[in-house]
Design a protein around this ligand. Structure first.
Ligand SMILES: O=c1ccn([C@@H]2O[C@H](COP(=O)(O)O)[C@@H](O)[C@H]2O)c(=O)[nH]1
Length: 277
C-alpha cells in the first residue's frame, strides 16, 4: 500500500510522476512472445522490468484483460503480483453501482485474499453518487480515483453541463471531497484539458490528479505541469500506448524504456522548476 507520504517520497526519489499504462492488447504485442504460456504476462513483465526505475505507478486497464475471458483475468492477477511494491498499483476499472454491487467490485480488486488482487487504487465513476463510491473507501489505505474531467471528446456531453453551481465536473469534485480527504481521493483529469487545471485546483488544491492523455492522445505534459502542479507535485501522469507499443519488434522493452525515460527526464525538469527536488 502506498500512502500519500510514501507516494510523494517515491516521486522525489525517482524524480518522476510517471504512470505506465498496461493496456496490453494481445493483437498488438510482438509475435515472438506468442509462444510463451501467457504472452500478455510475458509482455507486461518485460515492460515492468524495463521501466520500474522510471515510474511511480502502473495502471492496467481492466478492459484489455476482461476482453480475454478467464485467461485475461489470470494475466491480470499475475501481472498484479509482479508489480513492484514501491509503485502505486492502479486498476483502471471505472466501476460504480449501487452499494452492495460496489461492495463486490471493491472486493474483486482490493481483497487479495479472495481474488489474488489487492490493488492500491481503483478508478470509479461518480455518476451514481455517494453510496456507489463509499464501498471502496471502506478499505483502509486504498485510494479511490474519481472520474472528474475525462480526456475524451465526449466529456462535453455531461461533464460541462451547467448545474447552477458551475459545471457538473466541478460539482463532482466538490461533492466527492466531502466523502474523504486528499489522502484517499484522487481525480482523473485528462491532459487534453490542460487549461482547465487552474480551475480544477480551486476545488482540489491538495488532491493528486491522475492524468491520462499525454502521448497517443496528444496532451501536453508541460501545460499540465504549468497549470496543475502543486507543492507536493499532485500529479500522476499516465502514458500507455506511446510507451508499451513504442516498437513491436524484439526490442519492444528497450523502446518502451526509451519512451519512459524521455517522459521521466521532462518530469524531472518540471519537478526542478517547481523546486520540489
Ligand atoms: O479520461 C480518461 C480516463 C482514462 N483513460 C485511460 O487512460 C489510458 C490512456 O491510454 P493512452 O494509450 O496513453 O492514450 C487508457 O487506459 C484509457 O482508457 C483515458 O485515456 N482518459
Amino acid at each position: 500500500m502506498l500512502s500519500r507520504e510514501k507516494l510523494i517520497d517515491q516521486i522525489k526519489l525517482k524524480r518522476s510522476f510517471l504512470c505506465v499504462g498496461l493496456d496490453t492488447d494481445v493483437d498488438k504485442i510482438p509475435d515472438f512472445l506468442k509462444s510463451y504460456p501467457d504472452p500478455v504476462l510475458e509482455f507486461n513483465r518485460r515492460i515492468i522490468d524495463a521501466t520500474q526505475d522510471l515510474c511511480i505507478a502502473y495502471k492496467p486497464n481492466a478492459a484489455f484483460y476482461e476482453a480475454m475471458g478467464i485467461k485475461g483475468l489470470q494475466s491480470l492477477i499475475d501481472t498484479y503480483k509482479y508489480l513492484p511494491k514501491d509503485c502505486l498499483s492502479i486498476i483502471d476499472a471505472k466501476r460504480g453501482d449501487i452499494g452492495n454491487t460496489s461492495d463486490n467490485y471493491a472486493k474483486a480488486f482490493f481483497n487479495e485474499e479472495t481474488t489474488g488482487m489487492g490493488f492500491d487504487a481503483i478508478t470509479v465513476t461518480p455518476y451514481m453518487g455517494n453510496d456507489s463510491v463509499t464501498p471502496y473507501l471502506k478499505y483502509d489505505g486504498k485510494w479511490v480515483i474519481i472520474l472528474a474531467l475525462t480526456s475524451s471528446v465526449g466529456s462535453k456531453d455531461f461533464q460541462y453541463l451547467e448545474t447552477g453551481n458551475g459545471f457538473l465536473y466541478e460539482t463532482v469534485i466538490q461533492k466527492a471531497n466531502t466523502w474523504a480527504g486528499a489522502d484517499r481521493l484522487m481525480f482523473v483529469v485528462g491532459a487534453t484539458k490542460s487549461t482547465e487545471f487552474t480551475n480544477i485546483r480551486k476545488y482540489a488544491p491538495d488532491n493528486f490528479l491522475l492524468v491520462p492523455g499525454v502521448g497517443a492522445q496528444g496532451g501536453s505534459l508541460e501545460e499540465v505541469c504549468k497549470y496543475g502542479m502543486t507543492p507536493d507535485c499532485g500529479l500522476i501522469v499516465n502514458a500507455s500506448r506511446s510507451i508499451i507499443y513504442a516498437s513491436n519488434g524484439e526490442d519492444f522493452a528497450e523502446a518502451a524504456r526509451a519512451e519512459a525515460l524521455s517522459l521521466q527526464k521532462q518530469m524531472e525538469a518540471e519537478l526542478q522548476k517547481a523546486g520540489i527536488i
